[in-house]
Every structure is written in C-alpha cells, then in structure tokens.
Design a protein around this ligand. Structure first.
Ligand code: NAD
Ligand code: DAU
Length: 355
C-alpha cells in the first residue's frame, strides 16, 4: 500500500463546506491521504466531489459518526493522525422542528469521534490533531451596536442548533483539558458559495429568483449576518489545522456584515442582470413571512487573532464572491434540480452500498 505522510479524516466531507475543504486538501496535499467520512444525509452529496473522487490520495467511507465502534475501526484501519470534524446537522430551521437529531449528531456524534480519536492517539503516542469546526452562533446574538464576537465572548446559544454546537465545543475542550488530546476549534461566520444545500438563504433565494418564486423573508429582514466565501473558510481551516496552537480557539470571518434585506436586493440585482432581466424585475418576489423563532438579531466576527497570529485573511471581496456564487448556481441548474429532487441520494446509495 502506498505510504502517505499523513492520514487525515475529514468528517462531513460530502456537505457544503466539507466538499470545498476536501477538494482543497486533495489538490494541495498529494502527500496526505484524505479520508472523507460521511453518512450522506439529505445534505451530503458525493456529486460535489466528482472532480477528485478518483485521486489516489482520496478515499470515501460511508459511516455515521454516532457509531463509536465503527469510528474506532476506521481510525485504526486508516491509521488516522489528524481529524477535521465538520459532520453535523447544520440548519437552524430544522433544529427548531427536530432538536433530538441535532443533539444526537452534533453532541453524541462529536463525543463518539473524540473518544475514538483519544483511544487511538493514547495508544500510539504520536503527533496528532483533532480539529473541530464550529460556528459563531454559539456566542448568541449581538445588538446593532458595532460590537463583535471575539474568542473571549461568553457562550450564549439560543437555537437548538447553536446549543448543540456549543455543547460539542465544550466536549472538545474537555477532552483537551482532561485527557490532553491535542485539539483546536474554530468558530466561523455564515458561509456562501458553491455546493450549499438550497435550504439556506443564498442558494434558496438564487433558485427562487430564477424560477420567479416568492422569497420568504423572515420578520422584517433586518437581521444581520457576516458572510464569508466558503473557499476562504477552507483556507482558514488549512492554516489553523497546520499552525494553530493546541487547545486554542480561532474566530473566522471576513468583516462583511449585511442586513438580510439588503443582501437579498443585491442577489436580486445580480440574478436579474445575469438572466438579462431589467433592473428591479424580481423585487416583487420579496414576501415578508413570520419570523424564525428565537431569531438571533446580529452576528459579527472579529477575526483579528487569526490574522495577527497565523496571517490568514479573506481573498475575495463580497461583490466578487456573490457574483461568482450566483453564476455558479445559474450554471449548475442540473445540480440544483437533482438536490432538490433527492435523486442523487438513491443513486449514490446504490453506488456505495457495499463499502
Ligand atoms: P452541511 O449540512 O452542508 O453538511 C453536513 C455534512 O455532514 C453532510 O454531508 C452530512 O451528510 C454529514 N453528516 C450529517 N450527519 C452525519 C453523521 N451522523 N455522520 C456522518 N456524517 C454526517 O453543513 P455545512 O454548512 O457544510 O457545515 C459544516 C460544518 O461547519 C458544520 O459543523 C457547521 O456547524 C459548521 N459551520 C457552518 C457554517 C455555514 O455557514 N454553513 C458556518 C460556520 C460553521
Ligand atoms: O453563522 C453561521 C451559521 O450560518 C452556521 O453555523 C449555520 O450552519 C448556517 O446555516 C448559517 O445559519 P443562519 O441561520 O444564519 O443561515 P440561514 O441561511 O438559514 O439564514 C440566514 C439569514 O436569513 C437568517 O437571518 C434567517 C434568514 N432567512 C433564511 C431563510 C432560509 C430568511 O429570511 N428566509 C429564509 O427562507
């Protein structure tokens, strides 16, 4: 068997951020074996990784992170020495309807991975890294007062999603402090870009504008989110994975706050222009609907530490990023149709059922 310099397990690699990260690592580090572990929920799609699936340094394993025995077996089989953990239930609206699934995957799944990693690391006594990818939502909500979340902001999650992510962060720190497991955590702001499942604001609205469907704006559209292009997040993860300090936390964000309604108007304008519609053509699709329960007013990340200590900064201005993103979704209508129809799940389930 070919010897690799490192064997890195990326969980949730068939999802939005995971697939962008797997692509970056497979291409940038041919000397590493990248093991993509994903159970392929509705949000996981191997079609996102078609361009790298035959690379010699890439392996896909279909497995559930909650299955501890299976995790222990996979860590041993692939001789894992680094974990980048992204697998999660990630949509706030779903967490409001079904909090148990979020506790199971995000809390128990993370615990099961931590335990498998700890057992393997302890036995082999070698260099190791367990990197947990988390969210800015664990910090709660900011007022419209120009303040930011820093790494020292107290945790104050409000949704079942953010409560489950906060809990998983606490478990990661507990494994570092109690057992000495070399861990690192990052908390990132809202991501946008290719391969995001169209339940989230940006791909959902691009698709709806294209089809002339209503754009359901929660409340008054005044909530603020801080948007980062997904490939910039992947680059930050790369930098932190390789150079971050054990036991430390890094915030990731691009200082790019947008009120939802303003962002929606930008999307409308870009989609209309690219489709050849007159300016303002789709503004009438905006439909104000009942607000999300417990809707956090504002998120804003201060990523100064990551910049000053590890030299990371975003590469894309928002105007460029949103243009690229709209173009990507308009050019990948078949991808959009397949993920909204669920066909890909049946297709890939057959393809991988014997692994
Ligand atoms: P996503 O929903 O697109 O993908 C999640 C992936 O995890 C899917 O491929 C899914 O199949 C897999 N998965 C779910 N349950 C699993 C299980 N039990 N076992 C194995 N695999 C499982 O999510 P995303 O938006 O790419 O987010 C990835 C990570 O980044 C999450 O941990 C999320 O909390 C965090 N994050 C997301 C954002 C964002 O804006 N999307 C921002 C900050 C942090
Ligand atoms: O901040 C990081 C988080 O960003 C991640 O941890 C989550 O995984 C990710 O889903 C995202 O959470 P949000 O709840 O901020 O993203 P979402 O795209 O669901 O919503 C963005 C904003 O748009 C939010 O204020 C709610 C609003 N919204 C969303 C949808 C889907 C609408 O007004 N209408 C909608 O239909």
């Amino acid at each position: 068997m070919e010897q690799f310099k490192r064997n890195i397990l990326i969980t949730g690699g068939a999802g939005f951020i995971g697939s962008n990260l797997v692509r970056l690592f497979v291409n940038r580090y041919p000397e590493y074996r990248i093991v993509n572990l994903d159970v392929l929920t509705y949000a996981g799609n191997l079609e996102n990784l078609k361009d790298v699936e035959n690379r010699p340094n890439y392996v896909f394993v279909k497995a559930d992170i909650c299955d501890y025995e299976r995790m222990a077996q996979i860590f041993a089989e692939y001789d894992i020495d680094g974990v980048i953990h992204l697998a999660a239930e990630s949509h706030v609206d779903r967490s409001i309807k079904d909090p148990f699934t979020f506790a199971r995957t995000n809390v128990m799944g993370t615990l099961s991975l931590l335990q498998a990693a700890k057992e393997q690391w302890k036995e082999e006594g070698r260099a190791y890294r367990f990197y947990h990818v988390s969210t800015d939502e664990v910090y709660g909500a900011l007022q419209m007062d120009g303040t930011f979340f820093t790494e020292k902001t107290k945790y104050d999650p409000h949704s079942p999603y953010s409560a489950s992510k906060a809990s998983s962060d606490h478990f990661v720190r507990a494994f570092h402090d109690t057992y000495g497991l070399p861990t690192v955590i990052s908390n990132c702001s809202n991501n946008y870009g290719p391969y995001q499942f169209p339940e989230k604001l940006i791909p959902l609205f691009i698709n709806n504008i294209r089809h002339g469907r209503p754009l359901p704006v929660y409340g008054k559209g005044e909530n603020v989110r801080d948007w980062l292009y997904v490939e910039d997040h992947a680059r930050a993860i790369d930098v932190i994975f390789h150079n971050g300090k054990d036991g430390d936390t890094y915030n990731i964000g691009g200082f790019n706050e947008w009120k939802n309604i303003d962002l929606i108007k930008v999307m409308i304008s870009v989609v209309d222009r690219l489709l050849g519609n007159p300016e303002g053509h789709s503004l009438g699709l905006i439909t104000y609907v009942k607000d999300r329960a417990g809707h956090d007013l504002r998120y804003a990340i201060d990523s100064t530490k990551l910049h000053e200590e590890l030299g990371w900064e975003p590469s894309l201005q928002f105007e460029e990023g949103i243009e690229k993103t709209v173009k990507w979704y308009l050019d990948h209508q078949e991808w959009m149709d397949r993920v909204t129809s669920g066909d890909y799940m049946a297709y890939y389930e057959n393809m991988y059922k014997d692994r």
